[in-house]
Ligand binder design. Sequence first.
Ligand code: MN3
Length: 199
Amino acid sequence: MFTLKDLPYAADAMAPYISEQTMTLHHDKHHQAYVNNLNKFIEGTELADKPLKEIIEISAKNPEMAGIFNNGAQNLNHEIFWDSLHPASQEMAVPESLQKLIERDFGSMEKMLEEFKAAAMGQFGSGWAWLGMDSEGRLKTLKTSNADTAFLHGLKPLLALDVWEHSYYLDYQNRRGEFVDAVFANLLNWENAAKRAEL
Ligand code: MN3
């Protein structure tokens, strides 16, 4: 059975860019519901003892397992999302190793963030924007719908941005772009991104 991990920081650590209320509802209600539903769906089935990624891979190929897929992938996506943020009070530089790859594959940090933002803005309806690394070690951005997740598209996820409305609506209403800009400028956890890339 899966359990909801605590946030790796206080719920008010992203303020004023993401409010304590949004973080609390997002983690304690939305993410918790995905974990609870996943457990309900897999209890007593052959998937019950399998690792999360395997459950996602199996259910992705079986349309009758949509409930398992949606809740399993959303559990994984949110774990990566929490890990993609750092407290607003913390100064964080981009590790040189990651900076070099970004410049190699996008030309500059600004260009990468432009592409990453375009993925976030171009996702029609609920979904995710990603910075990931392909099997050849190249960095790419990606957008995915609903619960769909980067590793199913051949990308190791380095940064995940939740663009479901529950992620920003209390703080920014319909202004998704302002939410994206605030996260990019103040909250992205570059150190964890470099760790995920195994740099
Ligand atoms: Mn969410």
